[in-house]
Ligand binder design. Structure first.
Ligand code: ATP
Length: 248
């Protein structure tokens, strides 16, 4: 059996300047078919961790592998194996929704017929069918976020890196996104998801990584974190509160 984690981070230290690291010896894994919640206060280092995974920043120390390969060893395979939903939508103002989704599908080498069926499915799921030919500059904030999500999901990579995706989404959009992530996970995809909405992700993620001041201070399933904290039965929010208060 292949036990290679889809994402493996080992001893990662990094940040925006060499003399002031933001991440300190961060280690985490995401296995095939796992949804892992990366949680932490504002400034804990969640987005910085994601930027390192995406190769937008280089580690000061440590290694990151996707499907067992570093970015340096095989940049094409590394980037082709992951897609990203950023915290704030970044779109080309002069392109329509359809053009964004199609452009992304092409850059991932998605077959035309797969692109067509997936884009139809995503447009329906996120209630964007009547906006497919609208310029992105004419969309609402939540609709722009949906375009980012549709682009990430049209590719079907092994790993999804999703940074606080719920901001701006309406309740139906949040439910559609959660259900779709569950479907992807059940079909074997791996998801690293950051969010502050702990009550929402509590029942969806298999495991949680708690980052505090750039360090991993707890990890495991809800039951494992509760057991390690000697607080069985507590909610993720209660456990998180106690962990970060203790970490101050
Ligand atoms: N572009 C940047 N240049 C310098 N420092 C930065 C930059 N972006 C973030 N930081 C710093 O890095 C640290 C971690 O920030 P990061 O954005 O990773 O936090 P986060 O956990 O994603 O927070 P949030 O929940 O607010 O999104 C913070 O101290 C922040 O000030």
């Amino acid at each position: 059996m292949n036990n290679t984690p889809v994402l493996q981070i080992t001893g990662l230290s990094g940040g925006y300047s060499l003399n002031k690291p933001v991440l300190h010896d961060v280690g985490l894994q995401v296995q095939p078919g796992e949804m892992v919640g990366l949680i932490g206060l504002n400034g804990a280092g969640k987005s910085t961790t994601m930027k390192h995974i995406l190769g937008l920043m280089s580690p000061h120390k440590g290694d990151i592998t996707v499907l067992g390969k570093t970015r340096a060893a095989d940049p094409g395979a590394y980037h082709g194996a992951l897609s990203f939903v950023p915290e704030s939508p970044l779109l080309y103002e002069e392109m329509t929704v359809r053009e964004h989704v199609e452009f992304t599908a092409r850059s991932y080498g998605v077959e035309r017929s797969d692109y067509e069926s997936r884009s139809l499915q995503l447009a329906k799921l996120f209630r964007m069918e009547d906006k497919m030919d609208t310029l992105s500059s004419h969309l609402s904030k939540g609709m722009k976020q949906k375009v980012m999500i549709m682009c990430a999901f049209v590719a079907r990579p092994a790993l999804y890196v999703i940074d606080e995706p719920f901001l701006g989404l309406d309740p139906l959009g949040i439910r559609s996104l959660l259900d779709f992530m569950l479907e992807l996970k059940n079909s074997g995809a791996s998801i690293l998801l950051s969010s502050h909405i702990l009550s929402t992700i509590e029942n969806y993620c298999d495991r949680f990584i708690v980052l505090h001041q750039g360090k991993v201070i707890a990890e495991g399933s809800l039951a494992e974190i509760a057991a390690a904290s000697k607080r069985p039965g507590q909610s993720l929010e209660q456990l998180f509160y106690e962990l970060v208060q203790g970490g101050e």
